[in-house]
Write a protein that binds this ligand. Structure first.
Ligand code: MN3
Length: 212
């Protein structure tokens, strides 16, 4: 099979009590797995699509046969978004942004708290299902808060994800029911700032190489 569901880097109960074990298990093993399975099923009749990275597949949707474009967009997008999400969160470390990440956040938003407020607002404003992100424009090096509906992906808007927050109800409904604000408070407790920081480094390094 072309695309694989990666195991989490941590145990299902590692984010308790912020994000409960049952949610983590269902979200990863059922929801994310379904995106991967449906994507693989859709592309199976088209062997030329099998060796593409998920980024390559999504960035060149017009190369994909029309009959499976919607499935690839939704399920491929779902796969890509969740891969970013599982690394954006993890066992609470108590760390805060440092170095270039802290400089970028302070320069763009004033301080970390304002970034958190803006991203939380964007996540609350998602009507129905979707995502909120801290994204970076690799061309200008500027950070911004974004939100997208369904399983749309940031890369199709020319930006790179630094931090991804899943606001589909399946991310929180078991524990938080309709209380999305409570889930978002819990989300900040499990954000992995070191991962956000290394993503920033990788994106900036890549854009510096591309500009040479
Ligand atoms: Mn999800």
């Amino acid at each position: 099979m072309a695309y694989k569901l990666q195991d989490l880097d941590y145990d299902y109960d590692a984010l308790e009590p912020s994000i409960d074990t049952r949610t983590m298990r269902l979200h990863h093993d059922k929801h994310h797995r379904t995106y991967v399975d449906q994507l693989n099923k859709a592309i199976a009749p088209f062997p030329s699509l099998n060796d593409r990275t998920i980024e390559d597949l999504l960035m060149h949707l017009s190369d994909v046969p029309e009959s499976i474009q919607t499935t690839v967009r939704n399920c491929g997008g779902g796969h890509a978004n969740h891969e970013l999400f599982w690394k954006s969160i993890g066992p609470p470390t108590g760390t805060v942004p440092t170095g270039a990440l802290a400089d970028g956040i302070n320069g763009t938003f004033g301080n970390l708290q304002t970034l958190q407020q803006r991203l939380t607002e964007a996540a609350l404003e998602v009507f129905g299902s979707g995502w909120a992100y801290l994204a970076l424009d690799p061309g200008t090096g500027k950070m911004e808060v974004m939100s997208l509906p369904n399983q749309d992906v940031v890369m199709l808007h020319g930006k790179s994800v630094l931090l991804a927050c899943d606001v589909w109800e399946h991310s929180y409904y078991i524990k938080y029911e309709n209380r999305r604000p409570d889930y978002l408070r819990a989300f900040w407790e499990v954000v992995q700032w070191e991962e956000v920081s290394s993503r920033l480094d990788r994106v900036l390094q890549k854009s510096m190489i591309a500009a040479r």
